[in-house]
Design a protein around this ligand. Structure first.
Ligand SMILES: C=CC1=C(C)c2cc3[nH]c(cc4nc(cc5[nH]c(cc1n2)c(C)c5CCC(=O)O)C(CCC(=O)O)=C4C)c(C)c3C=C
Ligand code: FE2
Length: 413
């Protein structure tokens, strides 16, 4: 396999678009450009977004771990799953798709999306709606589901011996009413950015490049915004993420896999997913104090029961016994949560809002943390009166991708 091709000619030489512009301005005009001069030159090129530092922020794609997991959460997220086309039996076709996706993702996260107009008889290579919107902290995170390895009890592509240790089909959880058409899948992609249009553009172009090899199975869109540096609130109006695993040492223990996994999966993680409908109309008619009893935290401050401030530790004896926080805390398990809220118009049958939480968590041992926690909450959580779990998924997220390598390369080679 020729990996030299990964990356655009500019990338291969190590030049960014900014540097290219700077060089061409120098070559053409013979003038020296400082940082502010460069900004002015970019504006002259009509590239206003590129002068906006917020949209220019980039998260490196090639790294030890995949980006988009412990990366500071962006305001918008897409979660999508693909199935390998039933006509595909040759692993080389899947490898070719993963090479194409890797090259595309590495380019997109840099805010590069130039249209190739050399042959106008062909469709454009890029769909163009994110042109000039900047990198916007775009992250693209790839994963593999159990059905990528095994289907109808068969080893689909001869890769089952390399299956991650904790990757099973999701077990049944009490009270769930799952829609299989929006659950599971062979491959998952999480795409997050500060600008929704940038995230959608990335997903759309990944779908386009997959044509003939993998078909989109489902896709969800979410948002989550809070005051700068503070915990955001979910659609029940509570701070969501207060007791998350944020310390890097703790993240190392909780999130990233180690030597008990196949080599290609070490330094990876597992994405646990639940689409949870929130019955907003019923919640909004519940009393203030009952809402606090159900969650197990104060609505405004986010403090636990018996506490005043948000980040003071939970006192388990003071928590309402069946409260969400009380139950989750008592499992003693840790997961790293990275959820998004979603809205999807009105449910035609009831006239109620179709809204909720795309619950996403990352953990290195989902069979010992995410799934047991789901079981406890599914059985006894006071929150169950106000929510319905409607979709599920568990995906192995391989280790980060090195320069000149492609996604999951060491699974194949
Ligand atoms: C599998 C695990 C979890 C699911 C599913 C889940 C759904 C869910 N959560 C909220 C709202 C809140 N959750 C909070 C804390 C919290 N939740 C989980 C796990 C799941 N939540 C954990 C492990 C924790 C932390 C517990 C602890 O140790 O203190 C909170 C409190 C604030 C916070 O710490 O984030 C809220 C609020 C909703 C609305 C929901 C489904 C729609
Ligand atoms: Fe929760």
């Amino acid at each position: 396999m020729d990996h030299e091709e990964l990356g655009t000619p500019q990338q291969k030489k190590g030049y960014s678009r900014r540097e290219m512009l700077k060089m061409s301005a120098l070559a053409g005009g013979g003038i020296a450009l400082g940082a502010s001069g460069l900004g002015a030159a970019l504006e002259l090129f009509g590239d206003k977004a590129a002068t906006d530092p917020a949209n220019e922020s980039k998260i490196p794609f090639f790294a030890t771990h995949q980006a988009g997991v412990t990366t500071a959460q962006q305001g918008y997220g897409y979660l999508a799953a693909f199935d390998i086309d039933p006509s595909i039996h040759d692993v080389a076709k899947i490898m070719a798709l993963f090479i194409t996706w890797t090259r595309l993702a590495a380019t997109l996260i840099q805010g590069k999306r130039e249209i190739n107009s050399s042959n106008k008889e062909l469709p454009p290579n890029d769909t163009n709606e994110a042109r000039d919107l900047g990198a916007a902290n775009l992250t693209i995170t790839f994963g593999l589901g159990h059905s990528f390895f095994m289907k109808n009890g068969k080893d689909r592509f001869g890769l089952a011996s390399q299956m991650p240790k904790q990757l099973t089909p999701m077990p049944r959880i009490a009270h769930e009413t799952l829609d299989q058409s929006i659950s599971n899948g062979d491959i998952c992609v999480q795409i997050c950015a500060d600008i929704q249009q940038v995230a959608f553009h990335a997903l759309r172009n990944l779908i386009k490049e997959a044509l003939g090899t993998a078909n989109i199975r489902w896709m969800e869109t979410g948002f989550l915004n809070g005051p700068k540096g503070k915990t955001p609130r979910n659609l029940f109006g509570f701070k969501d993420g207060t007791a998350n695993v944020t310390d890097p040492d703790d993240q190392n223990k909780v999130v990233w896999t180690s030597s008990d996994e196949p080599k290609w999966m070490r330094g990876g993680t597992y994405l646990g997913y639940r689409k949870i409908k929130m019955i907003i109309e019923t919640w909004d008619r519940d009393s203030y104090s009952d809402q606090e009893q159900v969650i197990g935290r104060k609505k405004n401050s986010g403090a636990a029961f018996g506490r005043t401030h948000e980040h003071e530790p939970v006192i388990i004896s003071k928590q309402p016994g069946d409260s969400h926080v009380g139950l989750a805390h008592q499992t003693g398990q840790k997961i790293y949560r990275r959820a998004y809220s979603y809205t999807n118009g009105i449910q035609p049958a009831t006239g109620n809002l179709d809204a909720g939480l795309l619950f996403i968590s990352y953990q290195n041992k989902p069979q010992e943390s995410f799934i047991p926690m789901l079981r406890v909450l599914g059985k006894s959580d006071a929150l169950n009166e106000y929510i319905d779990h409607v979709a599920t998924g568990l995906f192995a997220i391989p280790a980060g991708i090195k320069k000149n390598e492609y996604f999951a390369q060491h699974l194949f080679e």
